[in-house]
Design a protein around this ligand. Structure first.
Ligand code: ADP
Ligand code: MG
Length: 627
């Protein structure tokens, strides 16, 4: 539970105790109305001060018809109603209603905090240990325990624990977790290193310049936390509902207080009666069952999904998932494993092994699945070749200086850009053309396997009513057609650059049906902008880059595509349960409101009747946790 939630829980508990104490006191001594009000006020303010404050803020900003305003008006109405002639005091109900509202908020907060923390855990920015030099020996401590000016030692393969300046050693740093930039950065003594980067090649001694709490990694973690918070809280169901419900109820109450007395002809006699009814109407209008059960339903739904390895970063994305009509896939690493096998080598100027050797070296620092596969197939990293001046062109290829030769590896577009004549290949597969010092040296054919569950996942989506399934790839037309056909996708586009993928998704966004949404599924290599652009960005958690996991709205932890259909099903079920609760709560509420307007419903009965509805709605909401 986060700090905010703990504070809220504490307030709820303290207020409940104060409420009980006030209630017992009032029952035993039956004080006058003003004393009763004073007895209940502490409990009321402890639990409700932020709601009151936000209602005031809302009025100042001119957008006051929100749930805070409704809560404030209704509860203040209940607090003061006892001053009217012949009216019962309703202070306890006012506190009770506010308590219910805060419990609903608490559930929502916990649900979102939980999925947010899992996401941050996945990003894995936080270093676990730091090796610090103390009294001549190196000891391993918690990064929080290292102070500015101390010296930490970072071995190859370790995460940089603190921000600092290099004293000894040079190395390459993988900064992708911090910047999304996949090229390693070379560092030498005097350079700054940032926490969260991974030290790739050399041993470093670093003098710490910032304590962990102020480090780059800690700041980014805070940023992600806030981003997720803003995104998911902006469009909650309760807020949307309040925009319509609040003005309707407040308007009705005002009419109720004035119109019947005006029509009756004797205003001064009937006004107090109708004012009482109007205030009762306002108080019972608080949709407690709704306010508590809808967030709880989403809480359960998000929790149930995360148990199955699906992280959904907010209730808004659940609603969007339930209405998904178009699913767009990236190919490499999403529909396919992203593990390439070399299936043919066609050299033109040197021998096969030399061509492979050069290609694997150029790819030494890339995180692209092609690069990882080539390195694994030809792991001659220890030889004396030097690889410098690496430049990766997203969606095309990569070039670098290997010993004294400039070597370029990439697809046909890359060759055209270099102005080199390339040879067409008849094999089906991804073609890596290679040039050495600007001369065409031949090509390597590699191929990737589609995931075993990809075809069944696509057909499951079609069964769920997804009408368009589209694959976008930077790979060749032949490969695109082959994969799309094999998986039963409804459309595909090939030979796209990363920017083309954004354009394509934007085009699909404008042509989709209005009430249906578009989801993009990718691994984040070259496609983080598309993830952010789609209605729902879905990232692969295991293979995906940290940038993608951050940009995404939904994360599939184990990369299994079948989880997509599960996510849609869980979302639909959750929405259905939320809807049942809404209909049930509003129907009962409508009946009580009519009774209150006609003067048949005493306030306590109305409020406690609501408790029954709430309990049933909560039990129903819990069903969303199971699948
Ligand atoms: P996809 O759209 O299938 O995920 P990308 O957009 O990442 O693929 O890449 C498109 C094409 O660009 C690849 O099929 C490959 O031909 C070429 N390419 C991209 N990165 C590299 C690299 N690091 N080395 C060689 N070729 C690359
Ligand atoms: Mg890709």
């Amino acid at each position: 539970m986060g700090r905010d939630s703990r504070v809220r829980l504490l307030r709820i508990l303290v207020s409940a105790v104060l409420l009980t104490a006030a209630y017992v006191t009032v029952r035993s001594i039956t004080p006058p109305m003003w004393a009763e009000l004073l007895l209940y006020l502490p409990a009321y303010f402890v639990v409700g001060y932020d709601v009151l404050w936000e209602a005031v803020e809302g009025i100042r900003e001119g957008s006051f018809l929100n749930e805070n305003f409704l809560m404030a008006v209704a509860t203040i109405g209940a607090l003061v109603i006892g001053f009217l002639p012949a009216a019962q005091p309703e202070c306890a109900e006012a506190v009770f209603v506010m308590l219910f509202f805060q419990i609903g908020e608490l559930f929502e907060e916990i649900a979102e905090g939980r999925s947010r923390r899992s996401v941050i855990g996945l990003m894995d920015l936080r270093p676990d240990r730091a090796s610090v030099e103390r009294n001549g020996s190196i000891i391993s401590v918690d990064p929080d325990a290292v102070t500015v000016g101390e010296i930490v030692v970072i071995r190859p393969g370790e995460k940089v624990p603190m921000d600092g300046v290099i004293l000894d050693g040079s190395s390459a740093l993988n900064t992708v977790a911090l910047t999304g930039e996949s090229l390693p950065r070379d560092v030498t003594p005097g350079d700054t290193v940032l926490s969260g980067c991974v030290n790739l090649t050399g041993l470093l001694r670093v003098r710490v310049t910032k304590v962990f709490g102020e480090s780059a990694a800690a700041k980014i973690l805070a940023l992600v936390e806030n981003a997720a918070e803003n995104k998911s809280r902006s469009e909650t169901f309760i807020r949307k509902f309040a925009r319509v419900y609040t003005p309707a109820v407040v308007g009705a109450a005002v009419l109720l207080a004035f119109i019947p007395p005006l029509l009756s002809g004797d205003f001064s006699v009937s006004f107090p009666v109708w004012l009482h009814r109007a205030l009762t109407f306002l108080v019972v209008s608080c949709p407690c069952a709704l306010v508590i059960s809808v967030p709880l339903t989403f809480f359960s739904g998000i929790g149930g999904a995360s148990k199955r390895g699906i992280l959904i970063k907010g209730s808004g994305f659940m609603e969007a998932l339930a209405r998904v009509g178009t699913v767009v896939f990236d190919k490499t690493g999403t529909l396919t494993h992203g593990v390439f096998r070399v299936t043919a080598v066609h050299p033109e100027v040197c021998d096969e092994s030399h061509l492979l050797h050069l290609a694997a070296h150029v790819e030494r620092f890339s995180t692209h699945p092609i690069a990882v596969s080539l390195r694994q197939a030809y792991p001659d990293e220890a030889d004396d070749c030097s690889v410098t001046d690496v430049e990766e062109i997203p969606g095309q290829g990569i070039r670098a200086q290997v010993n004294d030769h400039s070597v370029c590896v990439g697809n046909a577009a890359m060759m055209d850009a270099c102005g080199v004549q390339w040879t067409e290949c008849s094999h089906v597969g991804t073609i890596l053309h290679v040039t050495i010092d600007g001369v065409y040296a031949g090509h390597i054919v590699i191929s990737d396997e589609v995931k075993e569950d990809a075809a069944s996942a696509v057909s499951a989506l079609h069964h769920l009513g997804v009408t368009r399934t589209v694959m976008l790839t930077g790979d060749r037309e032949e490969v695109g057609r082959h994969v799309a056909h094999m998986l039963g996708l409804s459309e595909y586009r090939a030979e796209l650059l990363p920017a083309d993928k954004v354009t394509e998704v934007e085009r699909l966004l404008t042509t989709r049906a209005k009430d249906r949404t578009l989801a993009f599924v990718g691994d984040g290599i070259n496609d983080a902008p598309v993830l952010a652009r789609a209605d729902i960005g879905i990232a692969m958690g295991a293979i995906g880059s940290d940038a993608a996991i951050e940009a995404a709205d939904v994360v599939l932890m184990d990369d299994r595509l079948m989880k997509l259909a599960d996510a849609v099903r869980i979302s639909r079920r959750t929405i259905a349960i939320a809807r049942q609760n809404i209909v049930f709560a509003l129907t009962v509420k409508a009946v009580i409101l009519i009774l209150a307007a006609l003067g048949y419903a005493p306030m306590s009965l109305a409020v406690f009747g609501d408790v029954g509805v709430t309990v049933l709605a909560i039990l129903n909401a819990m069903r969303a946790l199971k699948s």
